[in-house]
Design a protein around this ligand. Structure first.
Ligand SMILES: Nc1ncnc2c1ncn2[C@@H]1O[C@H](COP(=O)(O)OP(=O)(O)O)[C@@H](O)[C@H]1O
Ligand SMILES: [Mg+2]
Length: 274
């Protein structure tokens, strides 16, 4: 099976894209999958969130886009079970330069092709704006996961995002599809419930059954440079992202690779707490 490339995308900031990219990636690692995380946000939140300091980075995703001959292996940093192509603020400059590059928005897609035989899943964290980087992610992806925060304004941007996606489908990436809509930052308020009802009304089964609850542990983890599985393996957040990983692999038809989500759960207790 061809390695899926999943972009976690929504042009609204603060909806849990980066949190979901990091923790879904690590949850898939716990299911014994070889996972590559690609940070495509110049803020480098995913990079720092898994404990890589921006100062030590010699090469990043910006080099892959800027220089078609840049060796891709030099941009991969190895974490504990999870590999990442990091992003630094240089990516903001490269995004501005992209207007003058040939096929700039297809470059990431081309570069990632060579890695599809090395990984079981590639996950891309995207910036909170439409533009050349977002388009690069939409061109590189085979599927999208769209996190939707449980707020009153959450659904307003979704139509706009769908229009962008359809534009890319009509043009350069006809195979692109939505793997699922993911409710994030869920709390016991009426607004949360209303957002969920509206989302299910519009997108039916495309809405993941798993919802990511709002939790202090999930909020704390990135500042410590840890995934939720290293910070608080028994927390609600860890359980929620394992549930998501199980649904994701099922939807991707990779279910056989994973014996059962319970196995992943038992692996979590084995994660080191150092
Ligand atoms: N389920 C959650 N519970 C609590 N805080 C969360 C949760 N998901 C995300 N956050 C926090 O909300 C903020 C925005 O999340 P982030 O993943 O960075 O969103 P985005 O990448 O879409 O901008 C961050 O401070 C993050 O730690
Ligand atoms: Mg982010």
């Amino acid at each position: 099976m061809n390695c899926p490339i999943i972009a976690i995308t929504n042009q609204k900031g603060g909806v849990g894209k980066t949190t979901s990219a990091i923790n879904l990636a690590q949850a898939l690692v716990l299911q014994d999958l070889k996972v590559l995380l690609v940070d495509l946000d110049p803020q480098g939140n995913a990079t720092q969130g898994i404990g890589i300091h921006l100062e030590v980075i010699q090469a990043s995703v910006a080099d892959l886009i800027r220089d078609r001959n840049f060796p891709i292996d030099g941009t991969i940093y190895e974490g504990e079970g999870l590999d990442i192509i990091p992003a630094t603020p240089l990516l903001a400059r490269v995004e501005r330069e992209m207007v003058a590059m040939t096929n700039s928005e297809l470059r990431l897609a081309h570069r990632l092709q060579s890695l599809r035989s090395k990984y079981s899943v590639i996950i891309i964290d995207t910036p909170p704006t439409f533009g050349p980087l977002m388009n690069s992610a939409l061109n590189a992806a085979t599927q999208l996961i769209i996190p939707v925060d449980s707020s009153y304004f959450a659904l307003m941007g979704i139509k706009e995002l769908q229009a962008e996606m359809e534009e890319i489908q009509r043009g350069t990436n006809p195979g692109l599809e939505v793997l699922g809509y993911l409710l994030t930052l869920v709390d016991p308020t009426n607004i949360s419930t209303q957002t969920k009802d509206t989302l299910v009304h519009n997108f039916g089964e495309r809405v993941f059954e798993t919802q990511i609850r709002r939790s202090v542990k999930l909020r704390e983890a990135p500042a410590l440079g840890k995934t939720i599985f290293h910070h608080a393996p028994d927390s609600a957040g860890a359980k929620d992202y394992l549930g998501l990983a199980y649904e994701v692999t099922t939807r991707l038809g990779m279910g056989e690779a994973i014996t059962h989500s319970k196995r992943a759960l038992s692996l979590v207790s084995g994660v080191s707490h150092e």
